[in-house]
Design a binder for this molecule. Structure first.
Ligand code: XBP
Ligand code: MG
Length: 261
């Protein structure tokens, strides 16, 4: 290890998307699913509490199948079930795109600032998400500008791996593309499923919670925060990591310190 590596071991930050970069679930994915159900002539409606329960299943197609099993088992008799779910989900993605184009869902506090700081310090940034790859583009274009996808060194998304979070597969895939060891990286996640996936890939993981995930179990995380914070909008620490006592927003230096321990 070079001496600079000892002081600055962090080489990449792996961002989750939904709930971490932006609060896309409640007012993005959820209404997109409902619009697709309507377009398919279904009477299904996923309200906010029901959607919260369905979020335990990651991946939209997987979530629809789970809902069918629990609430609409008649659909299981369809001989074309896989194809039907796929086309329902494709319709959902089209509606999600429309919603992102309206641009009503902002990045969470600190995300833009941290992304640009990491880039300026030559720390790689990557995405590791279960969401459909196009959704990442739609969101980034809406909140960070047309070519913002190019800010990311690696993007791992959707069905690129067969098993979605809490399986670690997407993180293994991204680490392999980055050619880095997990100890050189930090994952930033918002959910228990995301944390389980990252920890199973041996990644030090920082959690920023949202309304859907606040009550979840985050044992094993480096710290649990309200958000990444900004100089003018400080984060609140939900965990009790003493390294963060005098910190008010997450920057590259804080991330370096967090993974040294
Ligand atoms: C969260 C998810 C996603 C979205 C839906 O992903 O579970 O499935 O809710 O996306 P992450 P699709 O937090 O890992 O970004 O409908 O495109 O599957
Ligand atoms: Mg998430």
């Amino acid at each position: 290890m070079h001496s600079t590596d000892k002081h600055n071991p962090l080489k990449a930050v792996l961002f989750d998307v939904d709930g971490t970069l932006a609060d896309t679930e409640q007012d993005g994915h959820r209404p997109a699913f409902n619009a697709a159900f309507q377009e398919f002539g279904l009477s299904w409606h996923w309200d906010i509490p029901l959607y919260g329960r369905l979020l335990q299943i990651t991946g939209g197609k997987e979530r629809i199948r789970f809902y069918i099993e629990q609430h609409a088992p008649k659909a299981l008799n369809r001989t074309d079930l896989d194809e039907w779910i796929a086309s329902l989900h494709k319709t959902k993605t089209r509606h999600f795109k429309k919603l992102m184009e309206q641009g009503d869902i902002p990045l969470r506090p600190g995300v833009k600032r941290l992304i640009h700081e990491l880039r300026s310090k030559n720390i790689k940034i990557a995405i590791a998400t279960t969401t459909t790859p196009e959704n990442v583009t739609y969101l980034l274009q809406s909140v960070l500008g047309k070519d913002s996808i190019d800010l990311f060194d690696v993007i791992g998304a959707g069905d690129i791996v067969p098993m979605k979070k809490p399986a670690p597969d997407i993180y293994f895939w991204v680490l392999e593309k980055l050619k880095l060891a997990p100890s050189q990286c930090i994952a930033i996640e918002d959910s228990e499923n995301g944390l389980l996936a990252a920890l199973a890939a041996d990644l030090p993981t920082l959690i920023t919670v949202n309304n859907y995930t606040r009550q979840q179990n985050f044992n094993g995380a480096l710290a649990v925060l309200s958000d990444l914070g900004e100089p003018e909008q400080n984060f609140t620490q939900i965990s009790d990591n003493p390294q963060l006592v005098d910190k008010h927003w997450i920057d590259a230096e804080t991330l370096q310190q967090l993974i040294k321990t």
